[in-house]
Ligand binder design. Structure first.
Ligand SMILES: [Zn+2]
Length: 331
């Protein structure tokens, strides 16, 4: 019983649970803690502290504290056993997750049937079949997803609601290379990179989830953070398996909390080196935010105009990128 409870608490962290229920940390307080308005009592100034490392909370306003199960007991006014049952329910896949998993599997098959997609991956420097398979990369040729999914028994309305299909019945991701975003073993979103003239980036209209592939990256004490999924795929291919991605430069509070969930972690920010300095500014701001959360952050400088993906396409080697990491500036 005690073991089961520990396992349950490992599978849903207190911070994840709070954020799923719309708790927003106002600012990182002391090192390695988050503070926000108390969900358990009315207040206007934040006094509810969460320590993600210890997985514990304490409110200086109402004097209550404890672990995840204790929080659920107080938050939902449930006895202990029902609180545990409630948390087990939270782990059951959300509606639509099976649909997304089947979409990903379908797009993966299409990748190998459409030479324009494999040509695009080669053009972006991605050639290792094991990495392509591991990341679950697929391709949406357009025109055939709706028939496939309704054939599997999914109602058309669900396809519309999820945003996979437009009102006209077309693939929303038509002519895009697809990366599935996983969280806690479920597909939570899809990222589609246009290979044609459409706007380059597309996500389903829902949360982009936590940091990309965080389950496999979180145990590293040194983490590389990049902007885009092609940057991540390139670095994984070059052996930098400690790379994660926020899909963009703006981290959600949940993503920021993930980076900060282990004391002593170093984060190397390798955003694009833009002409207009946008990537450099974003990495500086993020480094400041991480520092105030007690995390050491370094800004990786790549040659002018490059992102990690284009740097490798231009001929950089693992040694070149290691050199950039070693020269990264600490804030
Ligand atoms: Zn309180």
């Amino acid at each position: 019983m005690a073991q089961d409870l520990e396992r349950l608490k490992e599978r849903i962290s207190l911070l994840d649970y709070l954020q799923r229920h719309n708790w927003r940390p106002c600012h990182a307080g002391t090192r390695q803690e988050f503070v926000g308005l108390c969900p358990l009592h009315q207040e206007t100034r934040p006094s509810f502290y969460v320590n993600p490392h210890k997985n514990l909370f304490y409110c200086h306003g109402c004097g209550r504290g404890g672990d995840l199960i204790r929080f659920v007991q107080l938050f939902l006014d449930l006895p202990f056993r029902q609180s545990v049952a409630h948390l087990e329910q939270e782990l059951i896949p959300a509606p639509g997750s099976k649909l997304l998993a089947q979409t990903v599997a379908f797009y993966q098959v299409q990748l190998h049937r459409h030479p324009e997609a494999t040509r695009y991956l080669e053009y972006r420097g991605l050639h290792d079949p094991a990495i392509i398979e591991e990341l679950g990369i697929g391709y949406a040729p357009g025109g055939n997803l709706r028939g496939h999914l309704t054939g599997l028994g999914h109602p058309f309305q669900l396809l519309l609601d999820t945003g996979l299909i437009s009102g006209q019945g077309r693939d929303a991701f038509c002519r895009r290379v697809i990366f599935p975003c996983w969280q806690h073993g479920q597909v939570v979103n899809l990222y589609g990179r246009s290979i044609g003239r459409a706007f380059p980036h597309r996500l389903l209209p829902r949360s982009k989830g936590g940091l990309f592939a965080w389950d496999s990256v979180r145990h590293f004490s040194i983490v590389i953070l990049v902007e885009g999924l092609f940057d991540l795929a390139t670095l994984w291919q070059a052996g930098f398996r400690n790379t994660t991605c926020a899909i963009g430069t703006q981290l959600t509070p949940a993503q920021l909390a993930q980076l900060s969930d282990q004391p002593g972690r170093s984060v190397y920010i390798a955003f694009d080196q833009d002409d207009n300095q946008a990537g450099q500014k974003a990495s500086h701001q993020l480094a400041l935010r991480l520092r105030s959360a007690g995390i050491q952050a370094r800004m990786v400088r790549l040659p002018h105009g490059h992102d990690p993906n284009s740097y490798f396409i231009a001929g950089a080697t693992t040694a070149d990128f290691t050199d950039c990491l070693e020269r990264a500036q600490q804030l």
